[in-house]
Ligand binder design. Structure first.
Ligand SMILES: O=C(O)CCC(=O)C(=O)O
Length: 280
């Protein structure tokens, strides 16, 4: 007798189809479809949420910021040259504000976290040619129990500021893994066949549930650079949670922000990290 597909094979092919349908263009995915996709698979893609030219400008500014020696105190790891994370972007580049307060992103995020969401942090992630893949992980789960909550505690997002291809180091995600409510097995590799690269045209943004298993992919190209803007959102009851290098919003930045962004960041206005984050 011919063997039918396993549940796992069905889920993978369903996923491929969904990837293809979002690749047709932003207008084919409504907010409700994006919400349903994130709920079911753990992530969703909003294609071309900003124009490619705006993404190009932002990418150029971020490459320059990464090269600026004044930015070094805000690197997650100043010794990691190939995969660079630069924190505190809301202070460093006003062009990031439009992404942080993008109405479609906020609509999807508020569905999961409630109306009173907060921006946890905005950082840029430059993946250079030759950068290895990252470790597979969940987000902001350090203080959570072994059985992860069934209520989402974080929605994360990545703006593709250069085209995301598998070769350039697109983020890899294991669809539906947030439903397992546990961390990935120790030693799980980013090239595990259950993790799919989230590809798309620059200007697109994808969002994921903090409990989904994911990693940055390796950049296997010789000369292509991946730039992404990574903005995470917390519900108000998680608003003091912080990760290693998260930066406050400086008072002078906050004063200049439009009201929606002030609403999203009002819990973290300070000059220094020590003023608002607990010491670990
Ligand atoms: O840079 C990437 O593609 C992944 C980022 C990531 O893993 C994270 O923000 O938790």
């Amino acid at each position: 007798m011919r063997r039918g597909p396993t549940a796992w094979e069905v889920s993978l092919s369903l996923k491929d189809e969904t990837l293809n349908s979002v690749a047709k263009g932003r207008n084919t995915v409504s907010i409700q479809e994006a919400i349903d996709h994130l709920d079911l698979f753990g992530y969703c893609v909003l294609e071309e949420a900003i124009p490619a030219e705006q993404a190009d400008r932002l990418a150029e500014q971020l490459f320059a910021l990464h090269e600026d020696p004044k930015s070094r105190p805000y690197f997650q790891d100043a010794n990691d040259d190939l995969y660079q994370t630069l924190f505190g972007l809301l202070n460093l580049d006003e062009a990031s504000w439009a992404c942080a307060a993008h109405p479609d992103v906020l609509a999807v995020t508020r569905h999961f976290l409630g109306q009173d969401i907060r921006v946890a942090e905005a950082c840029s992630k430059w993946v250079k040619p030759g950068a290895p893949a990252g470790g597979v992980h969940t987000d902001s789960a350090a203080d959570l129990p072994d059985l992860l909550p069934d209520t989402p505690w974080m929605i994360n997002s990545i703006w593709m500021l250069t085209d995301f291809t598998e070769e350039i180091g697109a983020t890899r995600i294991m669809p539906t893994s947030h439903r397992l409510r546990r961390r990935p097995p120790r030693g799980m590799k980013a090239d595990d066949r259950r993790l799919l690269p989230i590809t798309g045209r620059r200007g697109s943004v994808f969002l994921w549930h903090g409990g989904v298993w994911h990693a940055n992919g390796a950049n296997t190209t010789l000369d292509q650079h991946r730039m992404a803007l990574n903005i995470a959102y917390y519900p108000p009851w998680w608003n003091l949670a912080r990760e290693g290098g998260h930066q406050p919003v400086w008072p002078e930045t906050f004063e200049r922000m439009p009201p929606e962004l002030q609403r999203l960041t009002r819990n973290r206005v300070a000059k220094e990290r020590e003023e608002i984050y607990e010491q670990r």
